[in-house]
Ligand binder design. Sequence first.
Ligand code: NAD
Length: 249
Amino acid sequence: MVIPSTVKVPWTHAVGLSLDNPGALTEKIKVRSDMVLKVPDNVSDEEASMVEPTAVALHGIHLADVKVGSKVLVIGGGIIGLLSAMFAKKEGASFVAVSETNLKRGEKAVSLGVADKYYNATDENMLNEVISDTNGGFDIVIECCGNASAVTSSLVTVRPGGVVVLVGVATGPISIPTVVAVMNELTVKGAIAYTKEEFATCLDLISNKQIEVMKFVDDIVSYDEVQNAYLRLTSGNDGAVKILVSPNK
Ligand SMILES: NC(=O)c1ccc[n+]([C@@H]2O[C@H](COP(=O)([O-])OP(=O)(O)OC[C@H]3O[C@@H](n4cnc5c(N)ncnc54)[C@H](O)[C@@H]3O)[C@@H](O)[C@H]2O)c1
């Protein structure tokens, strides 16, 4: 099926997604008043800016239905992946791993204490390692990249009957071996954003010091430094995962 260009797909209506809507690299932004929450006095502006990605991760974790003792693989150790791994551990997963093509990010997942292990996603032996570590595959795989290689990886690293949650956003159609999902009767779920409640929960968790989000922040830069920050984050070999932009710098 070809989607006619006149059809607006849902994601084009979200703030900061697509070229049709303004993003947040500005001092002011217009949002619906019923979507605004008061930031508690004990939460800094920097911490408050971390509520959004944290809520994305929490939503994926809720859809994954992580249980005490689950074995969870997070594919992609960007900020969404690291926060997903953090919540998987908090929910009681007995083994949490992150796979990464950028080994500095993989190492970071372990050194920050959100993953027990990281896999080198470019290593041909990764799948054998996964099978051996998990006795046949992860119960849950949370895909946080959005490319064909990562989605394929999610289908083959989950155990038969397991759950794959797709959080990564593919910007166009991608080719993946759906036969693996068919043969192994996988449950594959898409996850978009979060509920209002999940957003509020994340703000509470930060305010109550139940989660520490600033440990994921590598740098805080001014508007003038935004371009360089993007270059660092997209270079594929910089260890930085989250760079905040502050109008006060
Ligand atoms: N569903 C939602 O509501 C939602 C919300 C926010 C972000 N996202 C999406 O989630 C994804 C992650 O966001 P992010 O900000 O953490 O992005 P990011 O680009 O910082 O992180 C992605 C990571 O995946 C790694 N990677 C790429 N290919 C890989 C592979 N084959 N195997 C293992 N690792 C691989 C990259 O090295 C990178 O570190 C993006 O696709 C983003 O668009 C989705």
